[in-house]
Design a protein around this ligand. Sequence first.
Ligand code: SF4
Ligand code: MG
Length: 331
Amino acid sequence: NNIILKVDSIKKYFPVKTGGFGRPHKWLKAVDGVSFEVSKDRVFAIVGESGCGKSTIARLVLRLLPLTDGRIYFKGEDVSHLSGDSLKKFRRSVQIVFQDPFASLNPRMRIIDTLSEPFKIHKIVPKQDIKDRVVSLLEKVGLNSDALNRYPHEFSGGQRQRICIARALTVSPELIVADEPLSALDVSIQAQILNLLQNIKRESAISLVFISHDLKVVHYLSDEVAVMYLGKIVEKAKTEDLFESPRHPYTELLLSSAPTIGVRHKAPSNMHRATDFRVSPHMDFVDIPSPIDIPSGCPFHPRCAKRFDVCDKVIPELKDIDSRLVACHLY
Ligand code: SF4
Ligand code: MG
């Protein structure tokens, strides 16, 4: 079996207080029935604007959040409700790299201690060999033994993200979930980290779930892409197919407004940080609806230039159209 991760109709609803004692609360449907499979040694990308539920999926897959509904299988085993030792074992096989490399490193720990910790917890390497392993990991991510006795604040953002990637690699995971690993970094550094991820993928048999708002990055790295909108997948296709001929109007919108990476240009300073990226289509002043008040029918209809009469009434199902999945009444 070639499927390393299978996500089956997962849901995550968060209760939202609506004010007023005793009133029923509303639900924020952060992830609302999402399914996908990740093959061994492949990169599966999840793309969408902030608030579409992509980070929640990362946390659900890592078992950092409980599911509201649905199932997650890792190498055929149902991991949806693991606990204790089996959860610990699962956590060795799946690692996460977060968006903000500073927040995810302990500022009071030297790099050697941060990178030794997983070896100690999982007892994978004899004590006397740990330091050598840490140095070879540092080299793998483009750093060296000079880093060992330093603290996170002594490094740049890009170097810190390299350290986080090294930490994810300590336990030789089979799957890495990278949640916007580039978006807190300067544009000039993003391409370097992207190349690093690409190299690691090439050298070791690791599967990657790569979460991003940036379709350009996804194009470069991924084999398959799922486009999400308000908690649901609206299109899923092989990367080449998606870029060659996007089907869903939202995918078209994302493509038309995709920022470029790796291009040296002078951008206003706020362009360098894309942590709260939102597409602002020309001619369109409609805000992204909140996942608490999801529009009727097709949730994209208030922003869709191609909408027609049924769009605000009937929810489009995700359908198989020429070996890709699309949720839109046009198809
Ligand atoms: Fe646009 Fe209608 Fe398709 Fe939704 S279903 S994306 S509103 S055309
Ligand atoms: Mg996010």
